[in-house]
Design a protein around this ligand. Structure first.
Ligand code: ADP
Length: 477
């Protein structure tokens, strides 16, 4: 036994080391994926910014080329000459400041039609695949007379629109600022007069669908990135899923080894003592001791046989269960089953039977169905049930035979209500170490109910007890 213990110790040590390793592995993989995602996101963002600025530079260059053309120059001078005349009139006191600006706007209006026509024609030639608008606004108009006196017509905070399309400046990109500076001489009431002009303008552009354009250019890259991301994520998911599955299997294996050693330990050590007694000369001479010891050997032998039998018979899956079905009314069958069980159980256990007598038949294998119900009844007693309620009804609406086996034993947390039907699964909580078993009973019962096209479930509460519910459909029309 010591050897088994030692090898188990090594096994557990390896197992916990493996658990730690798999945790580190999962964490490492998740961190790597997050880092890769962040790097990829950063690269995509950078590419986006790069494409955006390349696109903006292209658009800016195209506009600069248009503005550099002599047609635009001559359109500018068209209003500029007139504007100087307006300023002369202002200096002569013939018009007011607002009138100067009003006249400028009036003069520019027909020029703007020509300007826009020219601009639209030219911008098309660049084939930029985006709607690029541009405008010129006046940010300052100031004149300085010969005495250095300054007069402002337009200041920074009250810009006026001059040429192009009048879009909102907040979402526009500033292309450049330029200043038209001019010293202008004229004759004022017969005397020479002069003023210096500061006429500052800003050119703005607005690319209406640049985001779509940049994204269109990046579509291939984005698509491959998303695809790769999904691929890596699925790979990671699959690996983690497999790792957890392996981990669970390893856990089940450990539990099983643990349980079976525990189960075999008592009969094996009793057999060892019995053999020792028989080999003892004194015992050989004493018939009573010898007979007693042989009885013990037989008992322990039977116990070992039962454990092996339980393992062999209860570990088969639903595919290996070959039913020998017959059609019968459940009343007598269930009544006898509960009565027989009652007889074999301790007397301090109270049984309550509610078995409905009806004319609805069930198609089932009596041996297997009986085994499934007895496993559940045995558990009800094993896990502390002192009062066991066995109820059977036929539900007309769902056409199901329903059996409830209720106990007032130790119960269980609802988080285990699926796992307890898995092969070798045992709830390994601290207060359950004294309950022996291999974790096969409910697995086997569930397999049996499944081959009867039925369903086995549980409702339970810790310290209050459990109710196992078996539902089997009737074949009767
Ligand atoms: P075993 O009883 O050999 O452990 P089972 O498959 O019969 O295996 O049961 C699986 C687990 O479900 C048990 O380990 C036990 O913790 C829990 N269980 C089963 N029946 C009951 C019950 N009536 N009350 C409380 N817990 C139960």
């Amino acid at each position: 036994m010591k050897n088994v213990k030692d090898s188990l110790g090594i096994y557990f040590y390896k197992f916990t080391a493996m658990q730690l390793k798999s945790k580190i592995l999962i964490l490492g993989a998740i961190i790597t994926l997050l880092a890769l995602t962040a790097i990829q996101g950063y690269l995509i963002y950078n590419t986006y910014e790069l494409k955006k600025s390349a696109f903006t530079i292209d658009a800016r260059n195209a506009i600069a080329v248009i503005y550099g053309q002599k047609q635009v120059d001559s359109l500018m001078w068209d209003y500029r000459n007139d504007f100087l005349k307006q300023l002369e009139s202002y200096k002569k006191g013939q018009i007011t400041k607002p009138q100067v600006l009003e006249n400028l706007k009036e003069k520019v209006e027909p020029i703007n039609v020509l300007f826009n026509d020219f601009y639209n024609e030219e911008i098309k030639k660049n084939n930029l695949k985006a709607d690029i608008k541009c405008k010129i606004i006046v940010t300052q108009i100031q004149i300085v007379d010969s005495l250095g006196l300054k007069t402002d017509f337009v200041q920074k905070d009250n810009n006026i629109f001059l040429l192009g399309e009048n879009f909102d400046s907040t979402e526009a990109i500033l292309i450049n600022n330029s200043t038209w500076q001019q010293d202008h001489d004229f004759i004022n009431e017969g005397n020479p007069d002069a003023f210096g002009l500061n006429f500052k303008t800003s050119i703005y552009m607005n690319i209406l669908n640049w985001k779509q354009n940049v994204l269109k250019v990046m579509a291939g890259l984005l698509f491959i990135s998303v695809l790769l991301f999904i691929f890596v994520l699925s790979l990671l998911y699959y690996s983690i899923y497999n790792l957890l599955k392996q981990k669970k299997l390893a856990e089940i294996k450990t539990d099983f080894i643990n349980n079976i050693t525990h189960e075999l330990k008592t009969p094996l050590s009793t057999l060892a003592i019995a053999t020792k007694t028989l080999t003892n000369r004194f015992a050989q001479d004493d018939k009573a001791i010898a007979e007693d010891t042989i009885k013990t050997i037989n008992r322990q032998n039977r116990r070992l046989q039962n454990i092996v039998d339980e393992f062999l018979s209860n570990s088969v899956s639903s595919e290996d269960i070959k039913l020998n079905e017959e059609e019968f009314f459940p009343y007598n069958f269930l009544n006898n089953l509960v009565e027989d069980f009652k007889m074999s159980s301790a007397t301090d256990i109270e049984f309550i039977k509610n078995i409905e007598k009806n004319e609805v038949s069930i198609l089932a294998d009596k041996f297997y169905l009986g085994t499934a119900l007895l496993n559940i009844l045995n558990n009800a007693v094993k896990y502390g049930g002192k009062k066991i309620e066995f109820t059977y009804i036929f539900d007309k609406e769902s056409r199901l035979h329903i059996i409830y086996i209720k106990d007032n034993g130790i119960g269980m947390s609802s988080k285990y209500k699926k796992q307890i039907f898995e092969k070798f699964y045992r709830i390994s909580e601290k207060d359950r170490h004294n309950y022996k078993g291999l974790g096969l009973g409910l697995y086997y019962s569930n397999q049996i109910i499944k081959v009867h096209k039925g369903e086995l479930s549980v409702k339970s509460k810790i310290k209050e007890g459990s109710t196992f519910i078996i539902k089997i459909p009737t074949q009767q029309p």
